[in-house]
Design a protein around this ligand. Structure first.
Ligand code: ATP
Ligand code: MG
Length: 308
């Protein structure tokens, strides 16, 4: 058994796509390390290079340079064995419409050389909630069911790592939550997960670590917790019971008064909300309600992408 710390280790990966008269650096000196056992989010705007990287891992796209190891195996020198380590759920719902889920999984198991008695077709279909549809033509499945079928297909060879390129795009809220649960379950059972998503709350809910990329480059790579600390700014608003003039002592909190709603910003690492309330009391400013707002991953994402 090969011992490894990172399920994915990529160093200085470059990929250039040549179009008719121009070229695109889909990945430039791209580096990433995905810890074994973690759930890692790959976030970035459209065209950032997320799918390109995943397609390189799945040998659908050839990199121009750089080194990639999957579960400790170099993909250039161990192309077949490294591929066995991962299961990929692609962004596109490319399913042969004339296969049933059962046939599709059996075919996939055959491709991976899994003997009949070692196959887990029924169990996998049950896990993704498609047992009832196991003999239906794939073309009769809904979008959400197709995505779950692709998850099932990626798990046929019991990979050590599951990579999902936008697993919940176009999936309704209930189903999204049930997919999250399933992802968390297989992660708890030991499967490393990498996912891309445009739903920031999905990354916030699931991921231990996050890499944000833009235009083929990594712009931030950290734990989710540290990412959330990037913006330490917090906002508090008070519903004032009557109209007041804003005292000078509040000016440092960038006060905005709109229809008797007073909004103030402060650095949560330096100032407690009590201090602000004390100033209001001192100035006899009465309020009936307090609301606080703390930045979430979405704010961090927008800040980082716009900065670069
Ligand atoms: N086969 C291809 N031929 C030419 N250009 C390509 C090809 N595949 C991707 N690109 C270009 O490479 C860049 C990165 O695309 P990629 O699909 O990796 O982005 P992405 O981060 O997955 O975006 P999205 O969030 O929209 O899925 C884009 O500029 C895209 O137009
Ligand atoms: Mg993509």
């Amino acid at each position: 058994m090969l011992d490894y710390k990172y399920s994915i280790e990529a160093k200085n990966v470059n990929k250039i796509f040549f179009k008719k008269s121009s070229s695109v650096n889909a990945l430039s000196n791209f580096n990433i390390r995905i810890k074994r056992g973690s759930i890692h989010g790959l976030l970035g705007p459209n065209g950032a290079g997320k799918s390109t990287f995943i397609n390189i891992l799945g040998s659908l796209v050839k990199k121009n340079s750089g080194e990639i190891k999957i579960c400790g195996l170099n993909i250039d020198t161990h192309s077949k064995s490294s591929k066995f380590k991962i299961g990929i759920v692609p962004q596109e719902l490319n399913i042969d419409p004339f296969f049933s889920p059962n046939e599709l999984l059996e075919l996939q198991a055959g491709l991976y050389g899994i003997t009949k008695k070692n196959r887990k077709t029924e169990q996998i279909l049950d896990n993704v909630g498609l047992l009832d549809q196991k003999n239906a033509y794939a073309r009769t499945l809904s979008g959400g069911m197709r995505r779950r079928l692709l998850v099932a297909k990626a798990l046929v060879h019991s990979p050590e790592m599951l990579i999902l390129d936008e697993p919940t795009a176009g999936v309704d809220v209930d189903l999204r939550k049930s997919l999250w649960k399933y992802i968390q379950k297989i992660n708890a059972e030991g499967t490393t997960i990498c996912l891309t998503t445009h739903y920031i709350e999905e990354a916030e809910e699931l991921c231990d670590n996050i890499t944000i990329i833009n235009k083929g480059k990594v712009i931030k790579d950290d734990t989710k917790q540290n990412m959330l600390e990037i913006i330490s700014n917090k906002t508090v608003s008070f519903s004032l019971t009557k109209h007041n003039t804003i005292p000078k002592s509040l000016e440092i909190y960038k006060p905005v008064l709109k229809e008797n709603k007073l909004t103030l910003s402060y650095d949560k690492n330096n100032i407690s909300i009590k201090k602000i309330i004390d100033i209001l009391n001192l100035n006899k400013i009465e309020f009936s309600e307090i609301n606080t707002y703390e930045s979430d991953l979405e704010d961090v994402f927008i800040k980082l992408v716009n900065e670069k």
